[in-house]
Design a protein around this ligand. Sequence first.
Ligand code: TRP
Length: 461
Amino acid sequence: MVATNVQGKESAGVTPALWSSRFVFIMAAVGSAVGLGNIWKFPYITGQNGGGAFVLVYLICIAIIGIPIMMSEVMLGRRGGKSPIGTMGAVAAAEGRSRNWAGVGIMATLAAFLILSFYSVIAGWTMPYIVEAAKGGFAGIAAEDSGAMFGGLLASPGQLLLWHSVFMGLTVLVSAGGVKHGLERAVSWLMPALFVLLLILVGYAMTTGHFGEALVFLFRPDFSSLTAESILVALGHAFFTLSLASGAMMAYGAYLKKDVSIARTSFTVAIMDVCVALLAGLAIFPVVFAHGLQPGEGPGLIFVTLPVAFGQMPGGGFFATLFFVLLLFAAWTSSISMLESLVRFLEEKGVGRVKAAVGGGLAAWLVGITTVLSLNLWSDFAPLAMFERFEGKTLFDIYDYLTANIMMPLGALLTAIFVGWVMKPEHSAAELGGQWHALWHAVVRYVTPIGVLVIFYFNLF
Ligand code: TRP
């Protein structure tokens, strides 16, 4: 079977083979979706934004904005059959509209690039933790010592740079070989293994005596702790965790066979993604409460708490090693998808796959160095401090804010407008199938754009 684009021709000679089955697509999409966002970011932003009410808003954002946008992106990707930039231009042209819609693809590709630059630095943290775990370094560790160990890592630009470089190298390696080749086999067993390990950790968390406290924290909404900004953070995270508005799902959708149900597939991916995040929360917060740690601790949360938990359980050294290895792999299958839009775009411009992957990776690596420095030497450098919103924000904080809170919501808004108002309903129905189309179409026409606009309005004005 050959991928056909909207003009009915084979796409620009760079169309790689399609995913071999629906299962493989799901695993690749879940591989992209499940990553640091679920296990590192979700617990710490939940801690910072007060727990239950934030979790509820996040779940609502996933259901009424995230899933419809995921369906839209996979649908557009399959219809366009190109890089997100090429796809947006081609589908718009086929609808008789301006090719400038490619701008949505450009912003998505840029967002993915910026995210990759700092994601690689954070993912790098897993590697010294693997080494330490394997050496048995967490045995009986106290919370303060674990905090000091993490602080020591962040204070060392050399260490951070080393692991950032290794991780970016790994990402480029798979990307250069073609995503399908490296990804298919890996994700099919990694994701299930990660899931089982999280269940074991939740099992341990139940023995800490603080599981009930964690349940209350995560699931009893206290709306007094909810601010307009935390709603924006929840929305931004819904996009981040599902790899939306950044080309990843559009790029992967281009490799999807025509007979696969986009709606069912998107539901499956989103549900698995949410389950991993909630399991991570259930594994981490009991430990936080049991050791008097702060839920609002910030980006170091799992790196400080989990070693303490591992240090106290039987076989902890083994499980800790396994956990950080799986986290590394989860981050890896995500970072590959971040590079994909750019690599596909460069390929369409005639650059070879290897060159495109190496060039894109190198550029993201360079930008990533500014994140490395934000954590130590430049930790007081707040280049946008003249705007109140960015006071005290380092370059790393700014990349995170710009991508998750501005570029992704904006990209998703434009995507919803495109599929809801610009694209002819017959054309989207041809991809999505009858059963879900009417509901989806109403949601992307009204609910998604209004939801995003309202959240934007209360934050930016
Ligand atoms: N969803 C991934 C996570 O939660 C991150 C991710 C993968 C991503 N691909 C992306 C984020 C593309 C933005 C853009 O870790």
